[in-house]
Design a protein around this ligand. Structure first.
Ligand code: MG
Length: 438
């Protein structure tokens, strides 16, 4: 009798039922059933340069026919090194593993070389990370931003780039972007990063020092020109447009501080990279002397580098090159930390971030509370033949392809038409030949 009772209780609890019988008696709704396991069958690097800048993409292929993911692994200046890291190490690390465990894959890949950090391995890791988010989105039949919490805004507010040889020419370019609906424009006089002094003849070239192709920056001229540029552009374009500028770590820290103080009267939206990553302690002095908003971080390798400037509220915008720090997974951690301290995002998004990387930027931009502003890039027709589903712009906003996953695909045949190159050395000197951080 006692045994019978025990058997009945066990039967009721389902202890002796076969899995099939249990499934029948305890009907689990389809949405609550775990998805079948999918494993990685291959990882490959796709390198292409449709606009001249080297772009590297990781493609993760899976055990489910037709299911794959792609991620941005673009380190333009050392693209072949990233390709080697992917082809020689990432393939062996990944094959046979579960595509669903993104955090575990990130953490284990990150430490798998023991010697970690650095742009080469972080970019390879980013390619894997973003590809796994792409796969997860495709499996869930949702764009990645939905997996990050859903939309916080209708679209991604962007800034455009206006440059030119004179402040007057820059003003005209700013007005063109304002006519297109942009409310934010970054202004740079002369070459990229504000070198801006190409017309002056440096002594090192006369002396045959370095290479004739080396760039030259006259720091004195630069420091005088930037406030003048702000004055003229502000006067010509009015108060409605937000102006941004990138110092590109080109000048001495105290000179940068003095220049930024002069810009205060033109109320810049943000000033980017006043110091190099080696000079972060200067942020305290800068903060004590001016209230101009500061963006920093595109050269940081490790998410821990953001902690102190964010927690101490020494910066206003986190300037991350997402593939440089290892992809969506670490970028989300930094973004969420920023929310605690009212530090906003301004992800790096030039032409040497692939369209896949731009989409990764935008998925995070859409999903986080503390989004600040997004850098824009307008892809050429060639690039859009290689990358399908590139972002589009309307009225100063970026819109992404709403397809499941990252929303961008790659045409490998088209990509192969534009091989990457090795000439990616960036050398900037003072007139006497001394190297300046570019
Ligand atoms: Mg920059």
């Amino acid at each position: 009798m006692r045994l019978f009772s025990a058997g009945s209780a066990a039967g009721i609890l389902g202890l002796f039922e076969s899995p099939a019988a249990r499934a029948e008696t305890h009907l689990t709704p389809s949405y609550a059933v775990g998805m079948p396991k999918v494993t990685i069958t291959n990882v490959k690097a796709i390198a292409t340069a449709p606009e001249g800048a080297n772009l590297v993409i990781v493609k993760v292929e899976t055990s489910e026919p037709g299911l794959y993911g792609i991620g941005c692994a673009t380190f333009t200046q050392r693209a072949f090194a990233v390709v080697t890291a992917i082809e020689k190490y990432l393939v062996d690390f990944c094959v046979g593993k579960d595509v669903d465990n993104i955090e575990d894959m990130w953490q284990s890949a990150y430490v798998s070389a023991y010697w970690r950090n650095g742009p080469v391995l972080n970019n390879a890791l980013s390619g894997l990370d973003e590809a796994l988010w792409d796969i997860k989105g495709k499996r869930a039949n949702m764009p990645v931003y939905q997996l990050l919490g859903g939309k916080c805004r209708i679209a991604v507010e962007c800034y455009a780039h206006a440059s030119g040889p004179t402040p007057e020419a820059i003003s005209e370019n700013v007005k063109k972007f304002m006519d297109q609906g942009f409310r934010h424009v970054r202004i740079q006089q002369g070459g990229y990063g504000g070198v801006g002094t190409m017309e002056l003849k440096p002594d090192f070239k006369e002396a045959g020092f370095g290479r004739q192709s080396d760039s030259f920056s006259d720091q004195h001229t630069y420091l005088k020109r930037v406030p003048k540029m702000f004055e003229i552009v502000r006067k010509s374009c009015g108060e409605d447009v937000e102006l941004l500028h990138d110092v590109h770590e080109l000048v001495e820290p105290m000179d940068a501080i003095n220049m930024i103080k002069q810009l205060e009267q033109y109320h810049p939206f943000l000033i980017e990279d006043p110091f190099s990553p080696e000079n972060m302690k200067w942020l305290k002095t800068l903060r004590a002397n001016t209230t101009v908003p500061i963006a920093i971080g595109e050269l940081f390798n490790n998410i821990n580098e953001f902690r102190d400037p964010m927690v101490d509220q020494l910066i206003d915008y986190i300037r991350i090159h997402i593939s440089q720090i290892g992809g969506i997974t670490p970028a989300m951690k930094v973004a969420r930390l920023g929310e605690w301290f009212n530090v906003k995002t301004a992800w790096h998004g030039p032409g040497d971030t692939s369209p896949v990387g731009h989409a990764a930027n935008a998925h995070i931009d859409l999903a986080i509370k503390n989004f600040g502003i997004q850098e824009s890039h307008f892809w050429s027709a060639k690039a859009q033949e290689v990358f399908l589903g590139c972002q589009t712009y309307k009225n100063g906003y970026m819109y992404i392809n709403e397809a499941p996953g990252i929303g961008v695909d790659i045409n490998e045949k088209e990509a192969a038409k534009y091989p990457i190159g090795t000439k990616s050395n960036w050398t900037v000197r003072k007139s006497d030949g001394t190297i300046i951080k570019p």
